[in-house]
Design a protein around this ligand. Structure first.
Ligand SMILES: Nc1ncnc2c1ncn2[C@@H]1O[C@H](COP(=O)(O)OP(=O)(O)OP(=O)(O)O)[C@@H](O)[C@H]1O
Ligand SMILES: CC(C)(CO)[C@@H](O)C(=O)[O-]
Ligand code: BAL
Length: 282
């Protein structure tokens, strides 16, 4: 496995593969890798001849009061996991490599509509940072395929829309969320939780499952969402949002059948997100 912090070196390493017509897969991450990330690498491995993972804690997608400084950085362990998972190349740029003019002077990619509301509402500017860095990674690596987790559902929708709007020849693959036995979605930020909070955190998914059961049985949507917010608060969460949307994140109407519940909630200072698909009755 080859590790490159430099853009030109990474491009040079990829060139022979591209010339040989090999299929290149990209897995963008912020490091502190867990089984969820490795599922993305395995998916890319199954689809491609060459797998590139990037590890970059992207400052452009963090708000001024967010956890950029505390975000876990575990490079040596991450490289060992990637090696074991059969990754071929790892891109580990620094912020000054990615943003040599500084973040304030950076050209931005802004994806309208799908970036607004939900996490875009509670984290202003977050998705501009994500779509900008992902488009930079796409230009640097020029992958045929890129894998993203369904846990970050809105992020996946933003990237799909960006690829469509900008006519990028890249296949985007969404990978199902990997969970603990308790149902808690694996996330680097779970590491911030105390033991008690960790036990409570599984309530996020179980609340969504209870809501799904009610909604699939025809219960009133607004009343169920209010009830869901109340049970999250009773469990100790401070919810940012709990919403039911169409799979492409539009508003649900009387004719909507396939839908998705999306939630973001804080446990102490830790912000967790999750989602669950369901089918509304006729
Ligand atoms: N449990 C999971 N299952 C599948 N994919 C995941 C999971 N957690 C993260 N991913 C995906 O891994 C990629 C990199 O995510 P990231 O490095 O931010 O990890 P994370 O665990 O989501 O961290 P954070 O706690 O910062 O949200 C994203 O495409 C994300 O959706
Ligand atoms: C896609 C991503 C690597 C861009 O920084 C990040 O948002 C993440 O880890 O999900
Ligand atoms: N997993 C999405 C990256 C972020 O929360 O900043």
């Amino acid at each position: 496995m080859h590790i490159h912090a430099d853009i030109q070196e990474l491009r040079a390493a990829l060139l022979p593969h591209r010339r040989a017509g090999q299929r290149i897969g990209l897995v963008p991450t912020m490091g502190n890798l867990h089984r969820g990330h490795l599922a993305l690498v395995e998916t890319a491995r199954a689809q491609c001849d060459v797998v590139v993972a990037s590890i970059f804690v992207n400052p452009l997608q963090f708000g001024p009061n967010e956890d950029l400084d505390n975000y876990p950085r575990t490079l040596e362990d991450d490289l060992a996991s990637l090696r074991e998972a059969g990754c071929d190349l790892v891109f580990t740029p620094t912020p000054s490599t990615m943003y040599p003019r500084g973040m304030g002077s950076q050209s931005l990619v802004r994806v309208p509509e799908v970036s607004e509301g939900l996490c875009g509402g509670s984290r202003p500017g977050h998705f501009d940072g994500v779509s900008t860095v992902v488009s930079m990674l796409f230009h640097i690596v020029q992958p045929d395929v890129a894998c993203f987790g369904e846990k970050d559902y809105q992020q996946l929708a933003v990237i799909r829309r960006m690829v469509s709007d900008l006519h990028l020849p890249i296949e985007i693959i969404g990978v199902p969320t990997v969970r603990e036995d308790s149902g808690l979605a694996l996330s680097s930020r779970n590491g911030y939780l105390s033991d008690d909070q960790h036990a409570t955190a599984a309530r996020l998914q179980s609340t969504l499952m209870e809501l799904r059961e009610q909604l699939e049985a025809g219960a009133d949507i607004d009343r169920q969402l209010l009830q869901g917010l109340t049970s999250l608060r009773q469990a100790g969460f401070e919810p940012d949002y709990l919403e039911l949307r169409t799979p492409d994140l539009g508003q649900v109407t009387a004719t909507t059948r396939d839908a998705i519940l999306l939630v973001a909630a804080r446990l102490g200072p830790t912000r967790l997100i999750d989602n669950l698909s369901l089918t509304l009755p006729r």
